[in-house]
Design a protein around this ligand. Structure first.
Ligand code: SAH
Length: 220
């Protein structure tokens, strides 16, 4: 796929719009200006890549709205070489933003088809240091824990215990919590069993589900 001057121009306009909506972290904005979002969509939907909206990516899943990606990433306060766990790889766009910002990214997806498709683009090396896993994210990714940051990109009824455990002391997790609609929570791990919790407003995500899926069949 190509990244043309036209795409770059559309991206600059999108970044301006996101800035106007209140995103101020320059590292987030420049990563979003650098990463071609149309690479992460099926070609039939590529014309929607630079609108500030969520888009279907198959299997009932979506690539999050650019503003939501910017908002969650800004809350994470990413610094270079941080170890970041993402739950919900989906299209891979969010992981590509984190990788471009210099984080070491571990991302997990529960739908095999999406995992296989997205792994190709993320593990090309074009978006930094990213590794993809086909897992049930409710269990986290224990073998590489603890993480400086954890980001969940699906709406969870409750915060999975495993994710709290796999967070470093002093680390932060950003997770939308709620069933129909979600409240964006930022959870800061103060000590082995003390957490501070902040609310950052309402959002709407696809559901955070238990178990894995292969070829449409459940495999919990
Ligand atoms: N970060 C993605 C957003 C994709 S939508 C992007 O930038 O495109 C959320 C994704 O979370 C979906 O692909 C969905 O299959 C996945 N998901 C939901 N529950 C999960 C779980 N328990 N473990 C791993 N992935 C999960």
């Amino acid at each position: 796929m190509e990244d043309t001057y036209r795409h770059k121009g559309l991206r600059q306009k999108l970044i301006k719009a996101i800035r106007r909506k209140g995103i101020t972290d320059e590292n987030v904005l420049s990563a979003m200006e650098a990463v071609p979002r149309h690479f992460f969509l099926d070609s039939a939907f590529a014309h929607l890549a630079y609108k500030d909206q969520a888009v279907g990516i198959g299997g009932g899943q979506t690539i999050s709205q650019p503003y939501t990606v910017a908002f969650q990433t800004q809350l994470l306060e990413i610094k270079k070489r941080m170890r970041v766990l993402e739950i919900g790889t989906g299209s891979g766009y969010q992981a590509a933003i984190l990788g471009t910002m210099g984080a070491r990214v571990f991302t997990v997806e529960r739908i095999e088809e999406l995992y296989l498709k997205t792994k190709k683009i993320l593990e090309s090396g074009d978006f930094g240091n990213i590794r993809c896993y086909f897992r049930d994210g409710t269990k986290g990714l224990k073998e590489f824990a603890p993480y400086d940051r954890i980001i969940v990109t699906a709406g969870a009824g409750e915060v999975p215990e495993a994710l709290l455990e796999q967070l470093k002391i002093g680390g932060m997790m950003v997770i939308p919590v709620g069933v129909e609609t979600q409240v964006m929570k930022r959870i800061i791990k103060k000590s082995e069993n003390e957490y501070a919790e902040e609310d950052w407003g309402g959002f709407r995500f696809v559901p955070f589900l238990k178990g894995k899926e292969r070829g449409g069949r459940g495999d919990a």
